[in-house]
Write a protein that binds this ligand. Structure first.
Ligand code: HEC
Ligand code: HEC
Ligand code: HEC
Ligand code: HEC
Length: 203
């Protein structure tokens, strides 16, 4: 029987192989993450009327390639330097609860974690993901960050997960390097086609 350690080692090796493929791919065609795929089942969210009628703040680059600085200040208190590398280097509105930025426009139920389960049948509800991660999850996140050129921002104040831990609010090509990973991918998930659950839950 394989031990837990040997499974984890195998996963790490597989991950390293993946990361090197990714890094190699990035050299040749930096601006081309995998194409977005439609989700198999409709996600359990509603789009508010407001969402359907307002400007999309995630469109941050104009038709001729210029940065649409006006959109930055929907979320940032001042126009950020595009070279800033982390949440600690920018001034966001709602510093005590950065998720409020997103909730102003997006009404979401607790997710992810309930996919494919009929809630009425099982009585199962998705776990609260917006919490301070356990040591195991922190450890897994560190491994993932070694393997994949991305960021997984946590709340600078409390250390808990935020909406933007999983979702990249920026347009692809606006930021460079790690912060660009997953931008404009399906559901803006920082997975860019990889299994995002495995970033934090290695099985
Ligand atoms: C919908 C909200 C939103 C908009 C609009 C937005 N940002 Fe951000 N930005 C964030 C959040 C939240 C963070 C911190 C989390 C993160 O790391 O992505 C951030 C972080 C950053 C960072 C630090 C790197 C990083 O990803 O952590 C830079 C640089 C940045 N933003 C630049 C910009 C610029 C330039 C614009 C306008 C063209 C802009 N942002 C528009 C929400 C937004
Ligand atoms: C000013 C309103 C506004 C704010 C603030 C905002 N969004 Fe959005 N968001 C939009 C619009 C508009 C769309 C495009 C929806 C569509 O195409 O139907 C969108 C799309 C998305 C999507 C893709 C899902 C979809 O329905 O296509 C995700 C995920 C998302 N936003 C996450 C975030 C996160 C995370 C934040 C906070 C950092 C945030 N948004 C802040 C308006 C907003
Ligand atoms: C642990 C990762 C994670 C966190 C944290 C998270 N999401 Fe998501 N989100 C996902 C995944 C994965 C999906 C794709 C559908 C699913 O699995 O439910 C998704 C889907 C979405 C969608 C798409 C809905 C649609 O169909 O238009 C929106 C909008 C969204 N999330 C907003 C948010 C907001 C706002 C927050 C914070 C309150 C947040 N998410 C926190 C992982 C996350
Ligand atoms: C950025 C890290 C992160 C990602 C990505 C993530 N989770 Fe989680 N998940 C957590 C944290 C933190 C908890 C709270 C428990 C803990 O800290 O161990 C949690 C808890 C859970 C739980 C409750 C049972 C448990 O293990 O404690 C389920 C189920 C779950 N997640 C499913 C998912 C699924 C499905 C996905 C992918 C769609 C996903 N998660 C993606 C961080 C993450």
């Amino acid at each position: 029987m394989p031990t837990k350690t040997s499974i984890i080692t195998a996963l790490i090796i597989a991950g390293m192989a993946l990361a090197s493929t990714v890094a190699h791919g990035a050299e040749t065609k930096a601006a081309e993450p995998p194409k977005a795929v439609a989700p198999a089942v409709p996600p359990p969210y509603e789009r508010s009327e407001a969402l359907l009628s307002i400007i999309n703040p995630h469109n941050q680059i104009g038709d001729t390639g210029e940065v649409l600085l006006g959109t930055c200040v929907v979320c940032h208190k001042d126009t950020p330097d595009v070279k800033a590398k982390s949440i600690k280097e920018v001034n966001l509105y709602y510093p005590d609860n950065p998720d409020q930025l997103c909730r102003n426009c997006h009404t979401v139920k607790k997710h992810p974690g309930s996919e494919g389960i009929s809630v009425t049948m099982s009585g199962y509800t998705a776990p609260d993901h917006l919490v301070v991660p356990s040591k195991t999850v922190i450890y897994n996140m560190k491994l993932s960050l070694k393997e994949i050129p991305m960021i997984l921002p946590l709340d600078p104040k409390s250390g808990r997960l935020l909406c933007v831990t999983c979702h990249n609010p920026h347009e692809r090509g606006l930021l460079s390097g790690r912060p660009d990973w997953g931008a404009d991918y399906s559901m803006r998930i920082r997975s860019a086609g990889l299994d995002i659950c495995q970033y934090c839950h290695r099985k």
